[in-house]
Structures are given as C-alpha cells and as structure tokens.
Design a protein around this ligand. Structure first.
Ligand code: ADP
Ligand code: MG
Ligand code: ZN
Length: 492
C-alpha cells in the first residue's frame, strides 16, 4: 500500500550563502574576481600564513546591513567574529572566520506571495558575515585533485530562515525573493550556476496537526532553483517512506543527486562543539552606530514595488507590463535604457518597447538560455525599431522579422546598419493605388471565394487579407488593405 503522504506536513528552513560583490576579499586586499586564473588572487592573509593579521572590509559590513534592513532585521550595535575550526584541504588556515553568537543582523522577516495571492511571512533568524573557503577540483585529472585558493576569504553572508516554509513551492518563492532582493541591493549577482548564491535546505516532516518539530536533515550545496525544488521533494518523500516503514529519521547531512533525483546521507551532522568556536582574537568588534545605519538607509536603492509604480507613471505602462518588467532589476534597467533612447517619448512608444522586450527579447533569452546581462542587442536599436512601429513605417508583424534580423549584428553599429536596411525592406506600403492593384488581382484570382463571400460567408474576408498581405510580403498597411478590400467586395 502507498504511504499516506497527505498525513504529513513538511517543515523546511533554508540557509542561503550569498557571495558579496565587494571589490576585495573580506579580510585582505585580494580581488574577488571569479574569472581570474587559479591561485592568482591570494596573499599571506587569505592563505592563513602564521603571523598575518586580517583587517575587516568596511564595504562588507555596509552590504550586510543593506540586506538586514531589506529583510526587516534588527541590526546589532556591537558584534564579534568567531573562529570555526575544521580541517579541509581547501581551507589552508584550518579555520573559517564567521559570526556565531552575535550575528550582525537578526530577527527579521520576508513576505512572500503565494499562488492564491495570500501573503506569507517567513521569519529570518539571522544574517551573518563569513569568509568562503577555496575550491577543490576533482574532475580535472583522474587520479589527483587540484585546489584553487582564489575563493579563500571571499566575503559571504549567510541568511538563515526560521523553519516556516511548508513546501517546495514556498521554498522556491522564498529563494526567488531573496535573490531578487540581493540583486536589487546590488550586493550579489544572483548567479547560482557559478555558485555565488548557494542554498542548504533543512527538512523534516511531522504528522499534520502536531506542533513539535521532527528530526531534520540538511541537504547541502544546492546550486539551482530546480535542484532546490527537486531535492526538497525527494527528501520529503524519503523521510515519509522511512517513517511509514517503521524507521526513524536521523540527523544527517545529505547530498542531492540531480541525475536520479535522490538524496543520500554523506555524514552524521556535526554539532557546534565539533567546531570549537571561539571569539576571533585578531579582529576588533564591529560597532554600527545610528549615523551609519541612517546613512545606509538613505542610500538604499529603489525596490521592485517602487520601481513598478514609477514605471506606471513615468512610462504609462499598465500594471501587468510594469510588474513583469520590474521583477528582474537588470531587465528593468534594460527597458529604461531603451525607453530613454526613443525619439518619440510618448506612451504608445513606451508600450511598444515593453512589448518587444516581453515578447521578442524574452523569447531569445529563453531559447539561448541567456540572462539579460549577457544579451548584446543595444537599447538604441530597440528604440529605433519601436519608433518605426509607432510612426507606422513598419507594421507590428514586420517588426518581428526586423527584430530577428538585427540579432545578427555583432555590436551596436552593425545592428543599426542592419536595422536601416531591414526597415527599408519592410516599410509599409500605404500608397492606395499600389495596394488596390494587389486587392483587385487577388479577387480576380479567387472567383469562388468572392461569390461565397457575396452570398454571406463574411468570414472569408480574413482569407483575402491573408492573400493580400502575402502578396505584398507583409508590407501593405493592414488598415488600407481592409478598407480597399471591403470597398471592392461590396461594389463588385
Ligand atoms: P546548522 O548550521 O547546524 O545547520 P543553523 O541554525 O545555521 O544550524 O540552521 C538551522 C536551519 O534549520 C534553519 O534554517 C532552521 O530554520 C532549520 N531548522 C531547524 N530545525 C528544523 C526542523 N526540525 N525541521 C526543518 N528545519 C529546521
Ligand atoms: Mg546548516
Ligand atoms: Zn588575500
């Protein structure tokens, strides 16, 4: 018999690690650039040579406070760092500098909007600062591993949620909103593939109605939205199956295998005392006074809701357009850049830019699996295209063809020159006599349809319009076509 899954309620808490976009590392001057060659961004401090001293990066503190404010957290006036001791080949220091008892931000919450539009509050337990470890590379050689220390000392913040999440969908919504917030604050690039945003999911199940928490497991290092959802689903099922067959969940660290969508235990989970945490003696306390908090607050960027409202008033976009565009800050920036380059700054043109972005640009990004930041079509050429549609030079149908052609341009100047040629090729014929001659020819070539139309089959009008547009290669002005077609059909 199948286990009764509906008898159980999943309980989930997420730990999210976000790499901060600071220029230099957390405690030294080395660069944080992800694309540098291996072991080139290192120094005695981040490699942990004896006798070196760490110095805290002020930008890191600013960044985490931004996030704390955005997640409605309390910001501690005085916090300290701690050493978390463990041995691992990619951690040459033998310990990681982190915050333990006094995370700088704590006790906040984030609202997510569920599918049924209900708002749900997810508690934020804490956000603290820490440094990343290096990276072991096992798949380069068959029989040996490589180590890249560039990531050693790269600043991270860890955002720990309360166990308030109840399904993989809620986890997805929560993670999306955290990612959106980080990007809007300009402190993290949101790139899960490159690992600058990573997630551990803590999962337990309990019989519905029970108020006690079940024993959790922790699925580590989930590096895509899909893996987060799939891993949670798999782990919920594994735990319920285990309990239903008489077993007991034990406190384990798990890995997720994306190929067969299963979770498996890697080690029994270590407890805080295994790490022998103690206050980091080489760093002074971090003091955040009210003036600093006020300054950071006053410099916070525009958030999605605000931006959506501004787009509605500044560009007269309908709510749904503005909402869609502002979900992604980079997409919103792209829109604003293109809209700013229009010749006709009027609502009709803004709406056309919005349509091109939401339909054509989005389609290409999906097809090519690109982020808007990697998309090289210039905003200027989008504006030219929108102006051309707004002025009636090209039809909406033709604009889609032109869009596909300008994609081939390598840079802005090439894209503009392709645009000029395509615009000429597709510019609409509004000349009545030229269109009328096509209309007459099509009616002549299709006598049967003409007589059927005349005895009442009016929907054939669409058939004629199609033929005429085809004959004009999409260039005939549809409005003129309709007028002339009706005139000739009625009088013939
Ligand atoms: P650790 O570092 O040991 O994993 P943390 O306090 O950093 O501990 O993180 C604990 C995470 O696990 C939090 O997100 C918390 O909400 C979640 N959690 C705690 N207990 C449970 C439970 N019984 N079921 C699911 N999640 C839980
Ligand atoms: Mg944990
Ligand atoms: Zn360094």
């Amino acid at each position: 018999m199948d286990p009764e899954y509906s008898k159980y309620e999943p309980v989930i808490g997420l730990e999210i690690h976000a790499q901060m976009k600071t220029i230099s590392k957390a405690f030294c001057r080395c660069s944080t650039d992800f694309h540098s060659s291996p072991n080139s961004n290192v120094c005695p401090v981040c490699l942990g040579f004896p006798g070196t001293l760490p110095v805290l990066n002020e930008e890191l503190v600013e960044f985490i406070i931004r996030m704390g404010i955005a997640l409605n957290c309390k910001v501690r006036d005085l916090s300290i760092f701690a050493r978390k001791n463990y041995f691992y080949p990619d951690l040459s220091k033998g310990y990681q500098i982190t915050q333990f008892e006094t995370p700088i931000c704590y006790d906040g919450h984030l609202d997510i909007t569920l599918k049924n539009k209900e708002i749900k509050k997810i508690g934020i337990t804490r956000i603290h600062m820490e440094e990343d470890a290096g990276k072991s590379i096992h798949d380069f050689h068959d029989d040996e591993s490589l180590i890249d220390f560039n990531r050693c000392g790269v600043p991270l913040i860890e955002i720990v949620s309360e166990p308030d999440i109840r399904s993989s969908e809620e986890a997805f919504l929560y993670l999306s909103k955290i990612r959106q917030t980080l990007i809007y604050l300009d402190i993290n690039d949101g790139n899960m593939e490159e690992g600058s945003l990573r997630c551990d999911a803590n999962i337990s199940v309990r019989v519905k109605g029970s108020s006690e928490l079940g024993t959790r497991t922790e699925v580590k290092n989930l590096n895509s939205f899909k893996n987060v959802s799939d891993a949670i689903e798999a782990e919920i099922k594994r735990q319920i199956d285990l309990i239903e067959s008489g077993g007991k969940v034990s406190y384990h660290t798990m890995t997720f295998n994306a190929k067969d969508k299963t979770t498996s235990a890697t080690r029994t989970k270590e407890e805080a005392h295994d790490y022998r945490y103690f206050p980091e003696p080489d760093l002074v306390k971090v003091r955040v006074d009210d003036n600093w908090k006020k300054k950071i607050l006053s410099e916070l960027p525009e958030f999605p809701d605000k931006k959506r409202e501004r787009f509605m008033s500044e560009f007269s976009l309908p709510y749904s357009d503005a909402d869609e565009i502002t979900q992604d800050k980079y997409f919103a920036d792209y829109f604003e850049n293109a809209a700013g380059k229009l010749i006709r700054r009027e609502s009709r043109s803004y709406r056309i830019v919005s349509n091109i972005l939401r339909a054509e640009v989005r389609r290409v990004l999906n097809e090519k699996k690109l982020g808007i930041n990697e998309f090289n079509l210039s905003g200027k050429v989008i504006a030219l295209l929108a102006d051309s549609v707004a002025s009636g030079t090209v039809s909406v149908t033709a604009s889609k063809e032109i869009f596909n052609e300008i994609l081939d341009g390598k840079d802005e100047s090439e894209q503009i020159s392709i645009f000029r040629k395509s615009e000429e090729k597709y510019s609409q014929i509004s000349d009545t006599s030229e269109i009328e001659s096509i209309v007459l020819r099509i009616l002549e070539e299709n006598p049967d349809e003409v007589s059927r139309y005349k005895i009442g089959e009016k929907k054939l009008a669409g058939f004629f319009v199609g033929k005429i547009m085809q004959a004009s290669k999409g260039k005939a002005n549809p409005k003129v076509v309709n007028e002339l077609l009706l005139k000739n059909l009625e009088t013939e």
